[in-house]
Ligand binder design. Structure first.
Ligand code: VGL
Ligand code: ZN
Length: 197
C-alpha cells in the first residue's frame, strides 16, 4: 500500500497573528516537519482566494465574520478576509518544510469556497487531487494541518467517500472550534471511518 502525507493549509493567516488565526496553529509545524521523512509522497494544500472572495464577510454588506449565509451550494460560514492570493498571509508558515511533491491550491473560484482538498464546497467540482493520488497508486492517506474542524475534516471525509484509508493524528492538527464544530466534526469523521489518533 502506497502512502501519502497531506498537509492542509499551514499558512500564515491560520497561525497566531494571522487574519483567521487558529489557536496554537503554529504548533503543528514541528510535528509535521518531523513526519515528512516517513512518507514517500508529501502533498501540501494552500487556501488561495482572490480578493473579494464570496466566502469573505466583507463581500456581504451588513454581515460579519463567522455569520453564516446561504449560498447556491448550501450553508457557508463567512470568514474574515484571509489567504488572499500572493499576500504574506497566504504564504506557508516560514518554518514549514515545503519540499513536497505537489502543492494543491483551492478556493480560487470567486463564487465557491473550497474547504476540502478534493472537492469545492459544492461537493462536485474536483481539485484533481483524487486523480493524482490514483494514478500514483496511493491508497492510504495521513492528513495533518489546519483547521482540524474545517479543511482537514472536509478533506478527510471526502477521502473516505472516495475509498482512501485515512489517518488523522490530532497532535499535528489544530481547530477553530466555532460553536462546537470540533466535537461535531470529530464524531462525523469517526462515523465515516477516519482513524483519529
Ligand atoms: C479554512 C476557513 C476558511 C481552513 C479555510 O483551512 O480550515 N477555514 N478557509
Ligand atoms: Zn478560506
Amino acid at each position: 500500500m502506497t502512502k501519502a502525507l497531506i498537509v492542509i493549509d499551514v499558512q500564515n493567516d491560520f497561525c497566531p497573528g494571522g487574519a483567521l488565526a487558529v489557536p496554537d496553529g503554529d504548533q503543528v509545524v514541528a510535528p509535521i516537519n518531523a513526519m515528512m521523512a516517513g512518507f514517500e509522497t508529501v502533498i501540501l494544500t494552500q487556501d488561495w482566494h482572490p480578493a473579494g472572495h464570496s466566502s469573505f464577510a466583507s463581500a456581504h454588506p451588513g454581515r460579519g465574520p463567522f455569520d453564516t449565509t446561504e449560498m447556491p451550494y448550501g450553508q457557508q460560514v463567512l470568514w474574515p478576509d484571509h489567504c488572499v492570493q500572493g499576500s504574506a498571509g497566504s504564504a506557508f508558515h516560514p518554518d514549514l518544510r515545503t519540499d513536497g511533491d505537489l502543492i494543491i491550491r483551492k478556493g480560487f473560484r470567486p463564487q465557491v469556497d473550497s474547504y476540502s482538498a478534493f472537492f469545492e464546497n459544492d461537493q462536485t467540482t474536483p481539485t484533481g487531487l483524487e486523480g493524482y493520488l490514483r494514478t500514483r497508486g496511493i491508497s492510504e492517506l495521513t492528513l495533518v494541518g489546519l483547521a482540524l474542524d474545517f479543511c482537514v475534516a472536509f478533506s478527510a471525509m471526502d477521502a473516505r467517500r472516495l475509498g482512501f484509508s485515512v489517518n488523522l493524528p490530532q497532535n499535528a492538527c489544530r481547530a477553530i472550534d466555532l460553536d462546537g464544530s470540533l466535537a461535531t466534526q470529530i464524531e462525523n469523521m469517526r462515523q465515516k471511518g477516519v482513524i483519529i489518533t
